[in-house]
Design a protein around this ligand. Sequence first.
Ligand SMILES: C[S@@+](CC[C@H](N)C(=O)[O-])C[C@H]1O[C@@H](n2cnc3c(N)ncnc32)[C@H](O)[C@@H]1O
Length: 298
Amino acid sequence: MKQENTNVTANVLASLEQLSLKDSKEIFHCPSIEQQAADLGIDTEGLTKNALKKTVRDKLREITREEWKAKKRLKLKAKKKEKLELIQTGLLPPPEKKLLIEQEPSNVKIVLDLGFDSLMSDKEVASMHGQIRRCYSANKICKHPVNLILTSLSGKLQTRFEHITDWKSWKNIQVETQDYLDMYPKEKLVYLTADSPHIIQDLDESKVYLIGGIVDKNRYKYLTYEKAQQQGIQTAQLPIGDFVKLASRKVLAVNHVFEILVEFLECKDWEQAFMKVIPKRKFADQESHPNSILEEDA
Ligand SMILES: C[S@@+](CC[C@H](N)C(=O)[O-])C[C@H]1O[C@@H](n2cnc3c(N)ncnc32)[C@H](O)[C@@H]1O
């Protein structure tokens, strides 16, 4: 019996060796790249073989991601249902009611300057989108919400923003496609940038603070500082060096800068605001700063 099996295996292997690549692909249901593109509804016209392969790969990745997200949503829903049942049957205590803080709006204006769309990769645009949402959320739950304004929304970020975000239902946010220079007098503007020689001490309600809406892993050095200089706008950096010691450059992600500002409005203490918001990994002495908030790319 064992001998018979060995012979069958040897025969199958011998037959497989005779097959062309095309035959073997058909046998193992591995369609050609053109067939895969057709199945996926991709227009192949004008695409080189390599470009076609990349498009198919990207599309398959996208589908897998969507499937994964759908599965995750279902799992979450089931978990929620299960928890609710446990609460209803008395096996789990009901969740404590969240303490809603009473917000006292401040008149400080913070603009996210989104005029850098073309400088970011798709991944960076997605990260920027996430950072805008974090700013919006931080403003929603802080003690003194500021006037949050998005300017120069355009390109890939605008598409993403309008398709993925339910931003039309967002409150207390102003979304503009126009440039901040068309909206405010220059003398009221202060561009926050880590490269400024000036250090901000307090937040002034008569000013409009600009944050550069870009994720660039610091690829574009002095980008916002030079922009502000060219436009004749005042600049200022956060007083990080006066209060905490960071391991590397003091360039923070947009949402962290925003969160520091709203935190400062509440506690009026820069050190406390930095300790609360800046990710632990950024500190020179990480052990003495047990800060582990969700981190974002800068
Ligand atoms: C990821 S950084 C962008 C870095 C970019 N290379 C540049 O030149 O601005 C995002 C934005 O956060 C603000 N920012 C980051 N770190 C800062 C700091 N230490 N002081 C003031 N603003 C800061 C700036 O407005 C900056 O444009």
